[in-house]
Write a protein that binds this ligand. Sequence first.
Ligand code: GTP
Ligand code: SPV
Ligand code: MN
Length: 594
Amino acid sequence: MNEAPTKNKELKKWVADMARLCKPDRIVWITGTEEEKRALEHEAFKTGELIELDQKKLPGCMYHRTAENDVARTEHLTYICTSKKEDAGPTNNWMKPAEAYKTAKKLFDGSMAARAMYVIPFSMGPVGSPFSKIGVELTDSIYVVLNMRIMTHIGTPVLEKLGTEGDFTECLHSKADLDVTKRMILHFPEDNAIWSIGSGYGGNVLLGKKCLALRIASYLGKKEGWMAEHMLILGIEEPDGHIEYIAAAFPSACGKTNLAMLIPPEGLKRKGYRVWTVGDDIAWMRIDSDGALWAINPESGFFGVVPGTNSKSNPNAVQMLKRNTIFTNVVLTPEDTVWWEGSDDPPPKEALDWRGRPWRPGMVDDKGKPVLGAHPNSRFTVPASQCPSISFRLEHHHGVPISAIIFGGRRAHVAPLVYESFSWQHGVYVGSTMASERTAAQYGELGEVRRDPMAMLPFCGYNMGDYFRHWLDMGKRMAKQPKIFNVNWFRVDENGGFLWPGYSENLRILEWILARCNNRIDAIRTPIGFIPRPEDLDMTGLNLDRPSLERLLYVDKEVWKKELDSQKPFLEQFGASLPKEIMEEHEALRHRLA
Ligand code: GTP
Ligand code: SPV
Ligand code: MN
């Protein structure tokens, strides 16, 4: 056991207490140095926890496979543990803290036997920024340590900043025996603590990410007057050098990483735009002294969906994945390189799939269905600094001012390509009734439409009715409110094909959004909000016929009336905690549709 390199009494006591519970064979305080990283990698290569990839072709890259039943966040095993059930609200799983601790303690008892317990001090946001938060994660997984090293700022500088009295979020993780029947992801907002056991998958175990930076942070944001959101942040630079920033909330696997790293399409190149990536998953936003909304990305890496990443969909990602990347659950080739569905490269003739089984392209299962080589939720972990479009503001304490907020999701039919809300309050209603078809990023039936307000359904650490109230209150406090929009890249034609080409072409919609924010153009008023006049969308170089564009923008009143009917029970479940403004907006839309 190395001695605790801190004088923080609370931290020392907590680590000692947790070690007594989990019974590791040693405690290792993570400092964050390069030598430490190499030693950990070496150890993980020996045990097979990680596989070293070809260092000539993929310098610094590693491969990891999770257990077969541990490939996505398990929302049904994720709990908000507050003294009162109504504080967790109707959309969260709830357990009384005392009961949760009691149940979990039995699982944690001896769970780290014959393993090391790594102590990872980490900062979400630049170390020392007034907007950053410090956490300490205890884990028995080297994979977790190496991922946290990429996704957050870790080690000695964080401990120094914490000092003797500083406060931190207690984050306890043990993979234990990766048994899904003994898996729990528990949040204790009242204690500023997170306990996660029985999983080795990203969102369940990199506790700085969804657990701290969204669930705990959203609770703190409500208390302290700021917002923690499941949003990408990007900047659009105009030829004169002026940059405007946009934040966008889409549910998991609905296009945040892709949009955040967008490269202007051929047809718009003449306009000289450049897109800067500030974040791809999480935004912490506050009202600054100028009365505007400012955002930081508290993460320092990207934990992104791999399949479909290629030089057409996301050229910046292709560049950044060439080195220092941890690949999880993709195809491993005999040359110790990686492959995935939708990659630039042709598939290997034979390889090992994400389960570690022999795999060949074109393989089908007994039902004749294609066997995927990479899991649809396979992921890369990569330092943000490697992204060619990374914004110089990422490490700025102040963050960036937000001009527009965009909501979006996968809707085959209902939502048009883009629309603008009438006001902040109407925009909050639009966000609160967001819905999307389920993806592979969480367990459950794929394709099923579910309501996912502000893309925060799985990540709000308190009652979502109170969360809507918080959004309304924040808007009232702002001197200059961002405009709120909704986009849908996923509308389909009668053959189920996407009507909109998406990806880099999405810039055409962002351009319209910014023109609206700066009052440069008019728009068409519909019952659901403002939509573009087709001639205001710059379609240069895009081969999309006018009827398709009109279909993309079409607002079908009958479809929207049904949509309203299906929103109602969702909103009603919040009972007295639903702000009356939300129901008023719902009713106002009903009138406009009549
Ligand atoms: P999380 O990391 O789970 O929060 O996901 P994300 O929101 O960052 O999603 P990501 O950008 O990784 O995209 C997920 C999937 O959506 C990928 O398979 C993409 O290929 C696909 N996708 C992204 N953008 C578009 C788009 O504009 N159009 C279409 N049709 N598909 C897209
Ligand atoms: C998501 O599912 O929204 C992700 C990946 O960004 S995870 O970190 O697993 O939550
Ligand atoms: Mn996400």
